[in-house]
Design a protein around this ligand. Structure first.
Ligand SMILES: [Zn+2]
Length: 250
């Protein structure tokens, strides 16, 4: 089977309201685009720390019904560092989540906070990557994440949006600044994507769709966008298959 891994999606409330914990219709859409595996990041828990644990339980139930096609990530509220560490341990250990996600400006947590350093070391102990929402500030510049990566060389740090529209050049610089910084092609426009492809080592690139809502499926935009880039066979194999396989321990 040819792998096509979408390294950035979310299981959103509209899907949960209609389908409960059953991902079959969500997966059918992914399959229609040739996507074999999807990283599923938290969503409501990024905006409301009170729902983080219940969202993790739901993500675990949904992904358990996907036959291995949906790979859950957890999050945590660093304002309560001890609870955050315990919840991350529960998810990576007991629930076998594949990684951690932070949305620094939505969650109000600095990439440079001491609590983040502790999380980065814990992630490395589990061999789990940390994916960040990155792009415009506050707390979301690729260069800030690069500094975290430099302080924690054992931890894989993924720029979840490769800088979005405004900071893709900085994202490429971040990838060059440390061997454990990865960029997920999910956000920049086509010229930004070309820039990243030309400058980043292709063994540290991932791809994602940021699929969220049932009503606007961003796979319908980001799959053809990538197809327009005319990737070489080697680039396709690396970005869709070999790289995610390596970082997600597929
Ligand atoms: Zn997202």
């Amino acid at each position: 089977m040819k792998l096509r891994v979408d390294a950035h999606t979310h299981w959103s409330q509209d899907w949960a309201q209609r389908d409960g914990d059953d991902p079959s219709r969500w997966l059918a859409r992914a399959r229609a685009y040739g996507i074999t595996h999807s990283v599923v990041l938290p969503l409501p828990g990024l905006a409301d720390a009170r729902v983080i644990a219940t969202e993790h339980d739901r993500l675990a139930r949904v992904c358990a019904r996907s036959g291995g096609a949906m790979l859950p990530f957890c999050t945590a509220c660093l304002a309560q560092p001890e609870e955050a560490m315990a919840e991350i341990r529960r998810c990576l250990g007991e629930l076998k989540f594949r990684g951690i996600k932070f949305h620094p400006w939505l969650q109000g947590c600095s990439v440079s906070a001491p609590a983040m350093d502790a999380v980065a070391e814990l992630a490395a102990d589990f061999g789990a990557p940390i994916v960040f929402h990155d792009g415009p500030p506050t707390y979301a510049l690729p260069s800030q994440m690069a500094l975290l990566a430099q302080r924690h060389p054992r931890t894989a740090i993924i720029l979840g949006h490769s800088g979005l529209f405004e900071h893709y050049q900085e994202a490429a610089a971040a990838v060059h600044s440390a061997p454990n910084v990865w960029a997920c092609l999910c956000g920049p426009h086509i010229e930004g994507l070309r820039y990243l492809l030309a400058r980043c080592p292709s063994n540290r690139l991932l791809w994602g769709t940021d699929t969220v809502s049932m009503n606007f499926d961003t796979r319908s935009y980001r799959v053809p966008l990538m197809d327009r880039l005319g990737l070489t066979e080697a680039q396709e194999t690396a970005i869709y298959g070999v790289n995610p396989e390596r970082i997600l321990r597929l």
